[in-house]
Each structure stands twice: as structure tokens, then as C-alpha cells.
Design a protein around this ligand. Structure first.
Ligand SMILES: N[C@H](CCC[C@H](N)C(=O)O)C(=O)O
Length: 288
């Protein structure tokens, strides 16, 4: 009898979701997660997400392993998929339709703090992603003094100097603004940013083309996953970086290769809100 799983994606950033509600530890090791994420010898995904029981009075706990087996603090597209997975599980347990339970919010404990995804009746998911962290020590990066922000700082990567802005959404992001995002050789430059010495915990890297102050185009090289079609925490970090550099509004559409995300950095509570889809693809049992 294999382990049951369900595949979901958020704008093509795809995840294997596992109902882990009866144990407080993930049922797979990071090494097994690498095998499950392999797109030829396994199921294929950018990561594995575990729905664990609640902690400290929250509804559930989310843990995630990237496709390289590393464990990030948070995943924006992933938590939208987790919310959809949870409402599907609860509907199956109650023998009702998922739609009948909408709208539905969850308080999810993550390594980046408590996140609150809300599935609207439309199926779109809005997530309160909390406040961004901007000090060098919080990213973390050694590119600036620990209690300083990193905004438009020069960073040499692969013999070229890039102006970078760093933002943490619980996980690290290095953002740079370019003229033509399609011209970036992501597979070459991405790993050089990810493993750069100024990022002691590696980094996700986002390359951004500003089309309008409320419309940005983004491509991403993710820590622990490489090129993905979308990155939710990355889109949030990009919006914050755009505001800090005064090149975008506090509410904008971030266009990713997999589709658009609506991001707002609220002036009122300084929290970042992300809205986007989460789709179920298939369910199965794995014997690897
Ligand atoms: N690779 C990321 C985690 C997944 C983030 C991304 N898929 C998202 O939607 O936020 C990291 O190691 O920080």
C-alpha cells in the first residue's frame, strides 16, 4: 500500500500534497522528497507539502521540502495549494462538496510565522503573508551592515554588477530590475546568485521588468528548486522592492511565466496580501 498524495499547482508552480494530519512529523524524509519530485523517475514537482496537525491553537501546520530536499520557511503558491487541499479534505471527510464550504479561511503555522489563506467562493485564494523583513540580518545577507536595509546595492555576479534589493518574506529574496526580463539567461546566472557568498542561507532571485507602475513582469530562479513558473513569496518580495525603489505602486499585478498574481503591500498594517489561483491536477498512490 503506497502513500496517498494529491498534485496541485499555483500558476504552474507545482506541489505534491500529503495528508499528514495524524502525525506531527512529515511522513517523508528530504531524500524521499527529492525522489518524489523527480520529473522522470518520480511523480514530478517543485516541492512536497505536508498538512500537519495544528500547533498553538492554529488550524494546521505547513511543512515543505523543495525539490532539492532543503526545507524553506514559507511558500506562497504552496500555501494557496494547501488551503485548497485542506478544504477538499474537509469536504471529503464531511461528504459534502468543497464549494459548499467556501469561503473558508485557515490559520496556518509555518516556519515563517502564522499565515492566513482565505479561499473565496470564486476559488481564488487571498493570503495574508505578514510583514516583509528588510534588515540585512533578517534576509539574511552580509551585503550590508546587519541593521541596514539592502536597497539598490551593487552586487557582482558572474563578472557583471547588478543593483539588488533584498527582502525576506520569511524566506530570502534578491531582486534586480532589468530592461528586458526575457533576455536573462536564468539557467546560467540563477545558480550564481543562489549560491553567492553574501547569502549564507542561499537566496531566491527575481529578475523584474517594470511595464507600468501597476504591472511588472517577473522571472525567478528559486532556492532549492531552480527555474519555476511562479513564486508567490517572490512576487510579494518584488512588490515590496518596487515600492522601496519607488518604481511601482503598493498594489500591482505581477506577471509570471505561469500567470498573474495580485499583490498589495498595505499602507494600513504594512502586511503583504497575495491573491491567486490553486488548482488540483490529480491524486494517486506512490510506491517509491
Ligand atoms: N524555493 C523557495 C520556497 C518556495 C517558494 C515559492 N515556490 C513560493 O511560491 O513562494 C525557498 O527555498 O525559499
Amino acid at each position: 500500500m503506497g502513500i496517498e498524495f494529491t498534485k496541485y499547482h499555483g500558476l504552474g508552480n507545482d506541489f505534491i500534497l500529503i495528508d499528514n494530519r495524524t502525525s506531527t512529523e512529515p511522513c517523508l524524509t528530504p531524500e524521499q522528497a527529492v525522489k518524489w519530485c523527480d520529473r522522470h523517475f518520480g511523480i514530478g514537482a517543485d516541492g512536497v507539502i505536508f498538512a500537519l496537525p495544528d500547533q498553538d491553537g492554529h488550524d494546521y501546520t505547513m511543512r515543505i521540502f523543495n525539490s532539492d530536499g532543503s526545507e524553506p520557511e514559507m511558500c506562497g503558491n504552496g500555501i494557496r495549494c494547501l488551503a485548497k487541499f485542506l478544504v477538499d479534505l474537509e469536504a471529503a471527510d464531511a461528504n459534502v462538496s468543497s464549494e459548499s464550504l467556501l469561503p473558508r479561511s485557515y490559520k496556518i503555522h509555518t516556519l515563517a510565522g502564522v499565515m492566513v489563506p482565505k479561499i473565496e467562493a470564486s476559488g481564488q485564494v487571498t493570503v495574508d503573508m505578514g510583514q516583509p523583513h528588510l534588515l540585512a540580518a533578517e534576509i539574511p545577507t552580509t551585503l550590508a551592515v546587519a541593521d541596514q536595509k539592502v536597497i539598490a546595492q551593487p552586487l557582482e555576479v558572474a563578472g557583471q554588477t547588478w543593483d539588488v534589493t533584498c527582502v525576506s518574506m520569511g524566506n530570502p529574496h534578491c531582486i534586480t530590475f532589468v530592461e528586458d526580463v526575457a533576455a536573462i539567461a536564468l539557467e546560467t546566472i540563477g545558480p550564481k546568485f543562489e549560491h553567492h557568498a553574501v547569502f549564507p542561507q542561499r537566496t531566491n532571485t527575481e529578475f523584474i521588468e517594470v511595464v507600468r507602475r501597476d504591472y511588472l513582469k517577473m522571472r525567478v530562479w528559486e532556492r532549492g528548486a531552480g527555474i519555476t513558473l511562479a513564486c508567490g513569496t517572490g512576487a510579494c518580495a518584488v512588490l515590496v522592492a518596487g515600492v522601496l525603489n519607488d518604481i511601482c505602486d503598493r498594489r500591482a499585478t505581477i506577471e509570471l511565466p505561469g500567470g498573474p498574481l495580485e499583490i498589495e503591500w498595505s499602507e494600513l498594517d504594512q502586511r503583504v496580501y497575495m491573491t491567486g489561483p490553486a488548482e488540483m491536477v490529480f491524486a494517486g498512490q506512490s510506491s517509491i
